[in-house]
Design a protein. Sequence first.
Length: 382
Amino acid sequence: MNMKSKNSSAALAALCLSLTSTPLPVAGRDAAPWQAKAPSPRPLRGCMLPGRATTEDDIETLASWGATLVRFQITRNWSAVGDNVDLDEFAAWVDSRLDNLEDVLRWAGARGMKVCVDLHVTPGGRDKRRENEMFRDGRFAEAFVETWRCIAARCEPVVRENGPVVYGYDLVNEPVTRADAPIDCWALQRRAAEAIREIDPATPIVAECANWDLPGGFRDLEPLGVENVIYSVHCYGPHEFTHQGIGGRPRSTPERPVAWPGDAPGGERWDSDWLRHYLAPVRDFQLRHGCRVFVGEFSAPAWAPGAENYIRDCAALFAEYGWDWTYHAFREAHVWNVEMEGESTPEMKPAADTPRKRALIEALTAPSGKRAATETATKAAP
């Protein structure tokens, strides 16, 4: 169904009512044959785009920085509770975001860049525990599958006209569910992937594991069970460093430094070796299944001591492993924006040049990323 040419809201509501009781497949037991994809010859690198409408100037700026990949967010009110429950309104809103996506696909394609299409919020939204309602309510689960049909139907003609500009369909951002949820996270993503395949058989699927798409979720993970899947991970470890000063978390002080590299408040050493251990479950999964890995998000706040070293060390390790990546995020929240600086959110101001921006551009343009990262981190280490 093409949301632009049909009454998508009414059709989506009717579909949800008629298919609420449709049984969902069980991951593993009902899995289709799958084929993993090896890493690309030169990993793609870039940034997440802002939640607002992306402009051609945004794409041009990122291209000038050396980006070859962007992650387009279909997002609003990401942390709101009880949002996105009106399925007619949700369908209409997604449709409006796809207008901008079509432009972004053309702008990026003209500059040799690829676009990861990210459904950042899902039908039914999240509850107070941040769990996705679609893993408990069949109406929202069916709306999720239908939403992806609609997205693929809008992207497919652009891909046919401009070539494989879509990097992949990122099915759900940071899914959160419980083990006893009636609808399985992996099985529902597989259903959405199969729905996409009916429209677009060639573009990769990007899958994220529960919970929060963190590295630990890869320890017992099995392949999704469809062909041509890229497995995404989000790298925000250690949380005490990457989220310091956010949500009331402690910040670095002379008495209690929280820096990168450095000695953690608990006594362990935070450096590139720590990152290697943190990401080991993902690396093991990659080697075990011969699959392609995409780091959809990684970052550190503007005020974190050594944030630029963290960016360099992450990018160096991703380069070593042959992983694609997008930094979180370009011209979005000030705390992550490399074109802003300040010691707190109210104090953030635009800055033409920052250490984080230099580190990011170095990582985007470096042939390997490893040498510059190692040299800088070594010089910064106490």
